[in-house]
Design a protein around this ligand. Structure first.
Ligand SMILES: Cc1ncc(C[n+]2csc(CCOP(=O)(O)OP(=O)(O)O)c2C)c(N)n1
Ligand code: SF4
Ligand SMILES: [Mg+2]
Length: 328
């Protein structure tokens, strides 16, 4: 048996205890009051509380203000291309199922250019934690309407106001086969944001969390009706979902006892566009993850990769004997 010395044991304990600073990298360049700051704080706290090993943790993003997220995490990260965060994350998870993989994507990134990847990622249900930073606008490129912009939004691409009802990311996700965890948070209630992020992390399968996020630069007042009236947030509580603290319950009194295993009720709740439902809409831990179906319990070792590559090269290699045989 491999016995650890006292010093080794102590070193390992120190190694497993992490502080917030162990996950913080650089100074975020987001605007003051941008909801992305609150999301970053919640996720860094999660990493600290769960003692995630930075070298075993990956943040993958697309392009956008929100997609700068991996730069601010002292973990592995991949700031990808617009709309392609999910397939990159799936590739990482497929070849390294031992890593914890998070995805940060914007409403343009996920629901517009990346919409096809979004649908299929839900169906594949790989073990990823996905945060949709939904500020209802293209922030980085300076105010173009996105699919989730409310009808009438004036922007550079819709100067007379957008004509279509906003796409509902919760309803879309809940409509796809194999959706296994769907939740909604708002950036301005940090306690609930953290609880939802934590529940998403603990789900095995694709956790989809839409976070309603403020963009004070381009849509400064758009969320004011919900921000200034706590009763317009419907807090979903349940013994199998979130348990809201008594302190928070004094402020957010509009609460709904919702069993997150009830898909039809989750769909009804998702369709409420007057209020913002906050909490876990749907949770089904029984749906298998694609990586487990494809390669149960098998880690991609260096030897396996070498064998696979050699087999591929062999298919196209022309050996000297074959050349000679062909010439004869
Ligand atoms: C293929 C491609 N098309 C367009 C762009 C330009 N572009 C960069 S970010 C972005 C939209 C970002 O909006 P969103 O995903 O909502 O993120 P936010 O900035 O709001 O966080 C666009 C259109 C690009 N980089 N690549
Ligand atoms: S433009 Fe909007 S989304 Fe981008 S950093 Fe500023 S407030 Fe945040
Ligand atoms: Mg956006």
């Amino acid at each position: 048996m491999n016995m650890m010395s006292g010093t080794e044991c102590l070193l390992q304990m120190c190694d497993e205890r992490h502080e917030l600073e162990d996950y913080q990298s650089g100074v975020p360049r987001w605007c003051t009051g941008c909801g992305d700051n609150a999301i970053l704080a919640a996720v860094q706290r999660l990493c600290r509380d769960e003692a995630l090993r930075p070298e075993k943790t990956v943040f993958v993003s697309g392009i956008g203000c929100s997609s700068r997220f991996p730069h601010y995490m002292k973990t592995y990260g991949f700031h990808g291309i617009h709309g392609r965060a999910l397939p990159v994350a799936e590739g990482v998870k497929m070849s390294r199922p031992d890593l914890t993989v998070f995805v940060n994507t914007g409403d343009g990134d996920c629901c517009s250019i990346g919409a096809a990847h979004w649908i299929h990622a839900i169906r594949y249900n790989m073990n990823l934690t996905v945060f949709l930073h939904d500020n209802q606008i293209y922030g980085l490129t300076k105010k173009q309407a996105s699919p989730t912009s409310p009808i009438g939004t004036k922007s550079n691409t819709t100067p007379r106001g957008s004509y279509l009802e906003a796409l509902n990311p919760l309803a879309v996700t809940l409509g796809v086969q194999n959706a296994s965890f769907v939740a909604q948070a708002v950036d301005w209630v940090p306690e609930l944001l953290f609880d939802i992020v934590k529940a998403a992390y603990h789900h095995k399968g694709l956790s989809f969390v839409r976070i309603v996020q403020r963009c004070p630069e381009w849509l400064p007042q758009s969320l004011d009706p919900w921000l200034h009236d706590p009763n317009r947030l419907v807090i979903l509580n349940h013994e199998r979902g979130l348990q809201v603290s008594s302190g928070l319950s004094k402020v957010y009194k509009n609460q709904l006892n919702h069993d997150p295993s009830d898909l039809n009720r989750a769909r009804e709740i998702a369709s409420d566009t007057t209020n913002i439902p906050v909490g876990i809409l749907y949770h089904n831990p029984e749906i298998p993850c694609y990586e487990d179906l494809r390669r149960p319990q098998q880690l991609r070792t260096a030897e396996l990769t070498r064998r696979g590559l050699n087999a591929e090269f062999d298919k196209v290699t022309v050996w000297p004997q074959q050349e000679e045989a062909r010439a004869a």
